[in-house]
Design a binder for this molecule. Structure first.
Ligand code: ADP
Length: 404
């Protein structure tokens, strides 16, 4: 099948056009600064042809969808002869709440659920809906599938997802841990299981570490998620590029009272001015900048990195306890895939779990690889994530099942 994969943000739209038989990305693109009052940029990258970049005003998401489709079927820089060659559309949708543990065909009921979960994801779900509505208007006869960031984590047991606050808040508002990056955790766990099986190794207890600007870990038992580090929102858990991760909740009241800040201001600080950026006093939220600054002797950049590494290691330790041991630790996303230094620092002192990093393999790693020593009991794997492919494969499966 040929699937148009769409990831809509509030003012952006990313797409990939994927052939699920060959797993090739036939084209990818990005529309930035969507909105009536700004000049946006539209980039289309067709396989084997020159990329196209245009400055253009895209008043709303449907304009960006139209542009993408026009480019896919364009005689010069297109990759299909007509839009009839597109079989289905897969959408990344952030929040499926407690309603969806799997990807679904988008119909009236699914749209109602995505709308119903807007209070849990006020920035993302409305943007995702705009993409869905734009595609439905332009290609009304094509099936659309929603693939939720939260779905993979729906298998968590109550002990992992219920917060120790009065239970009626869970009953009344569905306040609980949901977790995010689920499509990435699912994809890398699936790849890891495949790699381990081929090597004749145990596959039951896996810890996946998605480490990018936003970061989270998941504990995966026999292919099912049993815990994850992000919570009701992506603010919980690891220290991140600009997010604080888990802190004492009393800090919020303290900051409001002593700094005279409003709740909204503290929320903004914890989401956008904390983490690596906050500890380094605004030096950067980018790990490459921080690693370079730390090498140059910047003590706060070093501290920020050390806190990041320490917190990932502490979560790995707690998930090893939750899983009753660990067969593999999987690294993915910007930092996890690209920084051998980060992997080495995170895993320092984890030999007691059976981890033994092969330093040469870790430093020369490229693509999917096992970077542990041959005899190590717990494998260390690097798996480049591919959420778009996972969305395309899910879309194919849901569409096939629905037409049976
Ligand atoms: P997002 O959460 O925005 O999807 P990514 O997964 O793309 O983020 O990760 C972005 C982060 O990955 C940036 O902080 C960047 O510095 C970091 N990164 C990318 N390449 C490297 C590298 N070679 N070494 C260290 N960090 C890297």
């Amino acid at each position: 099948m040929k699937i148009f994969v769409v990831n809509c943000g509030s003012s952006s739209l990313k797409y990939q056009f994927i052939d699920t038989e060959t797993r090739e990305v036939l084209a990818s693109g990005l529309a930035e600064r969507i909105g009536p009052s700004s000049t946006g940029e539209f980039t289309h990258k067709p396989l084997g042809k020159e990329p196209v970049v245009k400055q253009v005003t895209m008043s709303e998401h449907s304009v960006a969808v139209s542009l993408a489709l026009e480019h896919l079927a364009n005689p010069d820089f297109g990759v299909v002869s007509s839009l009839g060659d597109i079989d289905a559309i897969g959408h990344r949708v952030v929040h499926g709440g407690v309603n969806y543990s799997e990807s679904v065909l988008i119909d009236e009921a699914a749209i109602d659920v995505i709308k119903g979960n807007i209070p849990l994801s006020p920035l993302h779900n409305p943007a995702n809906l705009m993409g869905i509505e734009a595609c439905a208007r332009i290609l009304p006869s094509l099936p659309q599938v929603a693939v939720f960031d939260t779905a993979f984590h729906q298998t968590m047991p109550e002990v992992a997802y219920v917060y120790p606050i009065p239970y009626e808040y869970y009953e009344k508002h569905k306040l609980r841990k949901y977790g995010f990056h689920g499509t990435s955790h699912r994809y890398v766990a699936m790849r890891a299981i495949d790699m381990l099986q081929k090597a004749g190794m145990p596959t039951s207890r896996i810890i996946t570490c998605h480490l990018g600007n936003g970061s989270s870990c998941a504990a995966v038992l026999n292919g099912k998620c049993i815990d994850t580090s992000m919570g009701l929102t992506p603010l919980e858990g690891l220290a991140m590029g600009t997010r604080s991760g888990s802190i004492d909740p009393a800090i919020i009241k303290f900051l409001c009272e002593t700094e005279g800040l409003s709740l909204a201001e503290v929320d903004e600080i914890l989401n956008k001015k904390s983490g690596m950026y906050g500890i380094s006093k605004g030096l950067s939220n980018d790990f490459r900048d921080l690693i370079a600054a730390a090498e140059g002797g910047n003590a706060l950049a070093q501290l920020a990195l050390d806190i990041f590494f320490y917190r990932v290691r502490a979560v790995i330790g707690s998930y090893a306890a939750a899983l009753g041991g660990v067969d593999a630790i999987v690294f993915t996303a910007g930092v996890g895939e690209n920084s051998s230094f980060a992997r080495e620092k995170i895993l320092e002192g984890t030999g007691f779990l059976g981890v033994e990093l092969d330093y040469a393999a870790n430093n020369s790693q490229c693509g999917e690889s096992d970077v542990s020593t041959p005899g190590a009991k717990a494998r260390v794997l690097v798996v480049p994530t591919n959420e778009e492919l996972m969305i395309a494969l899910d879309t194919q499966q849901v569409v096939n099942n629905s037409s049976k």
